[in-house]
Design a protein around this ligand. Sequence first.
Ligand code: DC
Length: 227
Amino acid sequence: MKRRLQIAIDGTAGVGKTTIGQMLANMLACPYLDTGAMYRAVALLTLRTGTNPSNIAELERLSQNLNFEARDVTPQEAVDGRQYTVLVDGEDVSQAIRDPQVESIVSQIAAISEVRVALVQKQREMAERAGTIIMIGRDIASVVLPNAELKIFLDASPEVRAMRRNRQAGSGEEQARQNLEQRDKLDSQRAVSPLVVAPGAIVIDTDNLNPQQVLERIKAEIAKILD
Ligand code: DC
């Protein structure tokens, strides 16, 4: 039987988790799940249904009923620069979940314990079905998959992350740095499942590494496990 390999990738905002996760998933030919997209999907539904973000019972219901699917992009979809396609109730919301309005409430939504419990359950079910999976987020190694065979924590200085983001989006670098630092603060200081380096996680500082070099580091860790 093929050996199960769960790889948890956590890290700060804009550090390149999605890029690395996708490269790894291609290499291992296995599914990958960016859990941030699920929190974004709940934030989008919150806005669309006009739900007050302080209405916990309703947010819990939205999270429990979330019909979420992520899949590879088709060549036609790839033109808008998306890294994967997200469907909610069968609707393509890949762009909508990146909307500034979604961005402005998603950290607040992600701090609600009832939302997290519902989404973590779905994430574990997906991992169970997949067997081998790359899962990306903030609490994957600490909460979602504490028994993952490999736990990676990616980090880079705010300046380097802002510079990379600026290259991607073409927005002001100083503004980008401030946004990233604000998001890190919210993610790290919240009471429920804050962003932490989980015990046993391998920390990779990517300040001076390109994606290929990060991938090589991770490949070396995988080789040790499969040895
Ligand atoms: O990685 P991202 O920017 O798409 O994440 C969106 C938000 O969701 C961000 O506030 C961090 C939060 N998040 C989280 O709390 N736990 C996860 N496992 C993934 C994302």
